[in-house]
Design a protein around this ligand. Structure first.
Ligand code: ADP
Ligand code: MG
Length: 288
C-alpha cells in the first residue's frame, strides 16, 4: 500500500509547478546519483536567433534565407523556428516536395524542384557536400542546393538564467554526477557546459547515440542510485524512457514527451528539479 503522505508530497509538488506521476518516482527522487540534461530547450532557452548569413560565391543572403526557410517550414525544431523568423515572409508550402526530417542532422526536401539540404556538418559529410568549417560562435546551419554548398547561417542560443543555479543546487543536494548530452557541435556544447559548471558533456550525438550514452551512465551509477534525465522532448523521447526518472519541460516540451515523462516541470525551469528532490526528501521524513 502507498503511504498517504506520498499523495501529500505529490500534491505539494504540483503546487510548486512540478507534476509527479506516481509515488515510486517521488521515492526515486530520494536517491538521485546522476542527472543528465539535454542541452537545447532544457538548459538553454531554445530561443535561437540568426546572427549571421554567409552566402557562397554566386548566392545572395536572400537566396540562402529563401531555401532555408522553405526547408524548415515543417520542422518544430527551435533552429527551424529561428530561420523562419529571420525570413520574415510566409514560406510557400506548395513549393515543397519529398520532405524528410533527419534527426540529429537536419532536413532534406525539394524546394521548387531543387534538392535542398539544411543541417549540420554531419549532414554535409554524409551527403559528400564540400563545405567550410565554421569558426564563429554558436550553431552553424549549412545549406546545400542540388548537391553544392550554397552558404551557412549562424544561429545563437542563450542559456536559461536558472540553469547554473540548478546545477549548483543539485550538487549541494547530494547529486554525484551532472552530465549534458547534445546533438550540437563540440564547440557550442563545450562552451555551454563550461559556463554552467557541469561535470561532463557529450556532443555531436545522434538520437540513438544519446540512448547508448544513457545506458552507459546508468550502468555507472552508484548501487541503488537513480539516474534522472531532463529533456524538452524534441528527438529525446527514447532517451527519456531509458532513465529511472524521465523529466520533461512542460511549457516548451512536446506533447509526446510530456506524456512519456514521469515528472513534468511546468515552468521549464531546471531548478524545479531541485524543488522536486527537496519535496521528496521532506515527504520521506514524514513517511518514516
Ligand atoms: P540537441 O541535443 O541540441 O537538442 P538535436 O538532436 O535536436 O539537438 O539536434 C542536433 C543537431 O542537429 C542540431 O544542433 C542541428 O545541428 C541539427 N538539426 C536538427 N534538426 C535540425 C533542423 N530542423 N534544421 C537544421 N539543423 C537541425
Ligand atoms: Mg533537443
Amino acid at each position: 500500500s502507498i503511504p498517504l503522505s506520498f499523495f501529500g508530497g505529490i500534491g505539494g509538488a504540483s503546487k510548486n509547478g512540478v507534476l509527479i506521476k506516481g509515488s515510486n518516482y517521488l521515492e526515486a527522487l530520494n536517491h538521485v546519483d546522476t542527472v543528465v540534461f539535454d542541452k537545447t530547450g532544457t538548459l538553454t532557452k531554445g530561443n535561437f536567433k540568426v546572427t549571421q548569413i554567409q552566402p557562397e560565391e554566386g548566392w545572395s543572403e536572400g537566396d540562402i534565407l529563401y531555401y532555408a526557410a522553405h526547408a524548415e517550414l515543417h520542422s518544430s525544431h527551435p533552429i527551424a523556428v529561428s530561420i523562419r523568423e529571420a525570413y520574415q515572409k510566409e514560406p510557400d508550402a506548395l513549393q515543397l516536395a519529398d520532405y524528410e526530417e533527419l534527426p540529429g542532422k537536419g532536413i532534406r526536401v525539394k524546394v521548387n524542384g531543387k534538392t535542398v539540404l539544411a543541417g549540420n556538418s554531419r549532414l554535409m559529410d554524409a551527403e559528400n557536400i564540400r563545405h567550410p568549417a565554421s569558426g564563429a560562435a554558436g550553431t552553424a546551419v549549412y545549406l546545400a542546393v542540388d548537391g553544392a554548398f550554397a552558404g551557412l547561417i549562424m544561429i545563437n542560443d542563450e542559456v536559461k538564467p536558472d540553469s547554473a543555479r540548478a546545477i549548483r543546487e543539485l550538487k549541494a543536494a547530494g547529486v554525484r554526477r551532472t552530465v549534458m548530452l547534445t546533438g550540437d557541435s563540440k564547440k557550442s556544447g563545450e562552451e555551454a557546459a563550461r559556463g554552467l559548471g557541469l561535470d561532463e558533456v557529450y556532443t555531436e550525438l545522434l538520437p540513438q547515440q544519446k540512448v547508448k550514452q544513457m545506458e552507459k551512465l546508468c550502468s555507472q551509477a552508484a548501487k541503488g542510485g537513480k539516474l534522472v534525465f531532463v529533456g524538452d522532448g524534441i528527438n529525446d523521447a527514447p532517451v527519456l524512457a531509458r532513465a529511472d526518472v524521465g523529466v520533461a519541460m512542460g511549457g516548451l516540451g512536446s506533447d509526446a514527451a510530456i506524456e512519456a515523462a514521469d515528472v513534468v516541470l511546468m515552468t521549464d525551469e531546471p531548478s524545479k528539479l531541485v524543488t522536486a528532490i527537496r519535496i521528496a526528501k521532506k515527504t520521506r521524513r514524514i513517511v518514516w
